[in-house]
Design a protein around this ligand. Structure first.
Ligand code: GDP
Length: 546
């Protein structure tokens, strides 16, 4: 049968949401799983807080504590670890909005943990890109967009900080189109900025939403003026009226119009303007998100495409996070449900180990609901307690042998040799290094003809984290030494004879990584260039899949 759910839209219209009462199908159709991508300081934390406000997950803004750490001098690992501990529950925030169940996946703010961010992006179906209106496209935004492009993840754009003197919005959109290579379709247009911010003009519905200052901390009623041609609009805009009309005409003529299909193919992004701090324009963006963002998408496995609507449960692990409660020395493995339904107490097959396990204590993440969710559907994230048996990239199913694709390892950019301080603890050191690499905290390489262990990282802080955890969890104090390595590339070659030849001639630079894969460790950029030119039929890759 059919069921209708009504909700009040912001201009008082009653919108009907027709839902098919097939619990699983319905749950999946209404799920929206996304992450926010932005350069530090663009407003991700502020935006997250406002989204939770609309999702009724928090009562007042200010409740989401900024988990920001000093970006320059970060030596105090305890603080960071405590903060990471808190964030286990805030890593996934689920809240209801307009008949949808929204899963917002948080990503670490610090760029040294960007690998974590990249992998989190493999678990979403869309992304919200927050841009600082005064700064435009920044380096981190570019990197994160590259990652989204790997899977053609649809992007919604929010240009933030309109309450300040920002750059010309047309210029910012041009920059997004040029640098990020995605078409921009403005959904609304700012009227004024900074102190002169009057509101936004809704290009789709021809109406003005008036800006009111000082409303940042709660959900409030907007004053809506229907029609740019109305007397109310003329009164509001005063002697700017003609200029505003001209600008809007220009924008309509010069920019792309929204096209759902292009958005879903990641060729076009709807652009919303507003201020997250002032909680203005956020609801319009969220409404757009609820309307256009895709439900859980099919996922590719080595064997076949897995549809979210399939009856049988399946999912993959994209992130592992230390549980900081010292009484529980376990870690939480974050699993994205790809199909079927998770139910407390169910049995799953841990495919890499070929073991059947019963899951009784998975963590689910209902931020807005008091009742504890004991089930999860495609698009949802569940947290599994991991006592060292789960690795990033692991697949869980109800029995079918599947291996989900696309959870990448990125070639590290920093390398250090690690040595144990107390030789009696070398076994523990090796075990610790290997386990930490398995959960993605760092990467490990064992050179073929040297008795050494090389640790690779994307950011310097990862080394501090590894040292801290080796000491804290494995009682192995380590010493870092210069490794004289500039780059790592995973090596593949179809021609086995050539591969053997390559191996024999490059023993000195070859290593096996934590996953058992052959890796070339280049001593310099020049060295890397020379070897790739000398061996054109050998593939040197910067990413490898788990
Ligand atoms: P994140 O690093 O991306 O998480 O950024 P935050 O949300 O912590 O914001 C960085 C700074 O910008 C903070 O001081 C915020 O108060 C401020 N901020 C965020 N959004 C706005 C906005 O819309 N207007 C103004 N004026 N400041 C903002």
């Amino acid at each position: 049968g059919l069921r209708k759910d009504y909700y009040q839209s912001e201009d008082g219209r009653e919108d009907a949401l027709v839902m098919v009462i097939h619990p699983v199908q319905n749950a999946i159709e209404n799920r929206r799983t996304f992450a926010i991508i932005s350069h530090p300081d663009a407003g991700k934390t502020t935006m997250t807080e406002k989204l939770l406000l609309f999702g009724n997950a928090i009562k007042l803004a200010g409740a989401v504590k900024s988990r920001k750490t000093d970006r320059h001098a970060m030596s105090d690992w305890m603080t960071m670890e405590q903060e990471r501990g808190i964030s286990v529950t805030t890593s996934v925030m689920q809240f209801p909005y307009r008949g949808r169940t929204v899963n917002l996946l948080d990503t670490p703010g610090h760029e040294d943990f960007s690998e974590d961010t990249y992998r989190t992006l493999t678990a979403v179906d869309s992304a919200l890109m927050v841009i600082d209106g005064a700064k435009g496209v920044e380096p981190r935004t570019i990197k994160l967009m590259e990652v989204c492009r790997l899977r053609d993840t649809p992007i919604i754009t929010f240009i933030n900080k309109l309450d300040r003197e920002v750059r010309d919005p047309i210029e910012v959109m041009d920059e997004i189109e040029d640098i990020l290579q995605i078409e921009c379709a403005p959904m609304n247009w700012p009227i004024g900025m900074g102190r002169g911010l009057k509101g936004i003009y809704d290009l789709v519905n021809d109406r003005i939403i008036e800006y009111r200052q000082g409303q940042g901390h709660h959900v409030y009623e907007f004053n809506v003026i229907k029609g740019l041609a109305s007397d109310a609009a003329k009164t509001l805009l005063g002697h700017d009226y003609a200029d505003v009309c001209d600008e809007i005409e220009l924008v309509r003529g010069a920019s792309h119009t929204f096209n759902h299909e292009d958005f879903l193919k990641a060729g076009l992004t709807p652009v919303y303007f507003g201020t997250a701090l002032g909680n203005f324009g956020v609801q319009q963006m969220l409404d757009g998100f609820a309307t256009y963002a895709p439900p859980p998408q099919p996922r590719e496995s080595m064997e076949r495409l897995v549809d979210p609507g399939e009856d049988k449960f399946s999912g993959f692990v994209f992130k592992i996070q230390a549980n900081m409660d010292p009484k529980h020395r376990d870690r939480i493995a974050f699993l994205r449900v790809c199909s079927g339904r998770y139910e407390q107490g169910m049995k799953m097959q841990h495919l890499r180990l070929g073991k059947s396990i019963r899951i009784t204590d998975a963590v689910t993440f209902m931020a807005g609901d008091r009742t504890h969710a004991e089930e999860a559907f495609a698009g949802d994230i569940i947290g599994l307690h991991n006592h060292g048996t789960i690795q990033i990239g692991d697949t869980f199913t109800e029995g079918e042998a599947l291996k989900f694709k696309g959870v990448p390892n990125f070639a590290p950019e920093l390398f250090r040799r690690v040595r144990v301080k107390d030789p009696l603890r070398s076994k523990q050191l090796e075990k610790g290094i290997t386990q930490l690499a398995e959960e993605g905290a760092s990467q490990v390489f064992f050179p073929l003809n040297k008795n050494q262990i090389v640790v690779g990282a994307v950011g310097v802080l990862q080394f501090d984290l590894v040292a801290y955890r080796l000491q804290d969890e494995y009682r192995a104090e380590c010493i870092w030494e210069d490794a004289s390595i500039a780059a790592a590339r995973w090596v593949q070659c179809e021609d086995e004879k050539m591969l053997t030849d390559f191996k024999n001639k490059n023993q000195e630079n070859l290593a096996i990584d934590g996953g058992g894969y052959l890796t070339y460790l280049a001593t310099s950029r020049v060295n890397l260039q020379v070897v790739t030119e000398r061996w054109p039929d050998v593939k040197f890759t910067k990413t490898r899949e788990h």
